[in-house]
Design a protein around this ligand. Structure first.
Ligand code: SF4
Ligand code: SF4
Length: 452
């Protein structure tokens, strides 16, 4: 096997600069030992499918973690590249017959890397740009104005058609390529803090708006609130809420993730909500992990567990409590939908049945299943910005698989997936629309017809 060959020779890239993990939560040796190296996870791993190397598979990475733990291999450029190539999609967790908790292993590894591995100046700079921008909806909103002007003046079209930015910086080009068309409605942020239930009140729920969701998909948040109130929920939206911490947590930015998690917990303190509802898959997975993110914080440990216990995905919630609002067809003739499983719902939260159940309750809806539904679309948080080549291939394949179903509309429960799919539909010259399940339910409840 590739690793033992490398290990047997002195001066291999894996051995240079023998810095390993520190003592602060390294990957748990017991979890590492639970891997029996059977390889059942390999075919479900998107990085292994595209790159084709053992070290870019779950099994290879587990070998690497174990070897670094044992001081046999260094945490250096040669090993870190294989952890960076992981999408964190958690398909391997679903596939593994031995119950290996790869999610915990890669999370521990990523925090170790950011503490102990010195990234290059340009890498640090690009990551800093991402971590300053994306978890900061206020700053993102300010940037919408220059981005609006940039698009209106035709720069976006110029860069996309000439490929010039791709030649200068593939990462900046990747960032530019997922940008949706900015409209002035993105500048609005006008939810009241309390929105009453329609009819008899059944629950008092909090709603988390997200960062990208709040700006680029405010229609999804609006639809979520309308669906919840139409089904007897009083909705609370604290103004002080910020980012859920998913992005820094997935990329090993420990302090930023902890600070954002605490801010979120504080913003919902004393609201008296029964549930905290989230409509973005990636955010929901992290919000449910707050107990783990703040496990070493004596002040917040218990508050974090209490908060996480209330977090519920919007679709999970609606199936749990049942719809009371009447649903109408979305158009006169039957409508075929294809539901795109978001990894952090499917693998991270084991939510796959609920979205399908909800969509199938809409009259005249037929649901199609795409090939390779459980394989990541390549978005994976900011993976498509950090590893654009692998993400490109996965995005291309995902869109081809969705289109094979012949559906009239794609349903996506995560803003990152939606941006990635929209980009690849555009690149493949396809015009099929994408909607969030909450938008379709909202249309159906209001009796509005889709224009497709
Ligand atoms: S992670 Fe699970 S499926 Fe993959 S090699 Fe290890 S035991 Fe087998
Ligand atoms: S999280 Fe996804 S990309 Fe990473 S090892 Fe598991 S299946 Fe592969």
């Amino acid at each position: 096997m590739q690793l033992s060959q490398s290990n047997s020779a002195n001066n291999t890239p894996f051995l240079q600069n023998l810095q390993g993990f520190d003592a602060n939560h390294p990957p748990d040796p017991k979890l590492l030992k639970s891997c029996v190296h059977c390889g059942f996870c390999l075919s479900t791993c998107p990085s292994y499918r595209v790159i084709g190397k053992e070290m870019d598979s779950p099994r290879g990475r587990i070998y690497l973690m174990d070897a670094i733990n044992q001081g046999e291999i260094a945490l250096n450029a040669a090993s870190v590249e294989h952890f960076d190539s992981c999408l964190g999609c958690l398909a391997c967790v679903t596939a593994c017959p031995s119950g290996v908790q790869y999610d915990k292993l890669i999370s521990a590894t990523r925090h170790q890397i950011e503490r102990n591995y010195p990234r290059s100046f340009s890498e640090k700079l690009f990551r800093q740009l991402i971590f300053s921008l994306f978890p900061n909806p206020a700053l993102l909103r300010i940037l919408l104005v220059p981005l609006f002007v940039y698009q209106k003046l035709g720069f976006s079209k110029f860069f996309r058609t000439t490929g010039l930015l791709q030649k200068i910086s593939p990462r900046l080009a990747a960032m530019e390529s997922i940008l949706p068309e900015i409209t002035l409605k993105y500048l609005q942020d006008n939810f009241p803090e309390v929105i009453p239930a329609q009819g008899k009140k059944r629950y008092r729920v909090g709603v988390i708006l997200g960062c990208v969701q709040r700006l680029f998909f405010s229609s999804v948040n609006k639809a979520t609130v309308q669906v919840l109130t139409a089904n007897g929920c009083e909705v609370i939206i604290p103004k002080s809420q910020g980012c859920c911490a998913a992005l820094p947590e997935h990329q090993g930015q420990t302090k930023q993730a902890q600070a954002l998690a605490k801010q979120m917990i504080d913003s919902f303190a004393n609201t008296g909500v029964d549930f905290i509802i989230i409509n973005a898959a990636g955010c929901g997975h992290t919000l449910k992990e707050y107990g783990h993110i703040l496990e070493d914080d004596p002040e917040y440990r218990d508050k974090a567990k209490e908060f996480a216990a209330k977090v519920t995905d919007a679709q999970e919630f609606l199936v749990k409590v049942g719809l009371t609002a009447k649903l109408s067809p979305l158009r006169e003739q039957p409508l075929t939908l294809v539901y795109q499983d978001a990894c952090h719902l499917l693998h991270g939260q084991k939510i796959s049945v609920q979205p399908r159940q909800l969509l199938q309750q809409i009259p005249k809806v037929k649901l199609q299943e795409p090939p390779d539904a459980a394989i990541c679309c390549g978005s994976a948080g900011v993976y498509n910005l950090l590893q654009p080549e692998v993400a490109e291939e996965l995005g291309k394949q995902k869109v081809q698989n969705l289109l094979k179903t012949g559906a009239d509309l794609i349903v996506s429960p995560n803003p990152g997936c939606t941006l990635q799919i929209a980009k690849h539909l555009r690149l493949q010259g396809q015009k099929i629309a994408i909607a969030h399940p909450m938008e379709l339910l909202d249309y159906s409840i209001r009796g509005e017809k889709l224009n497709i």
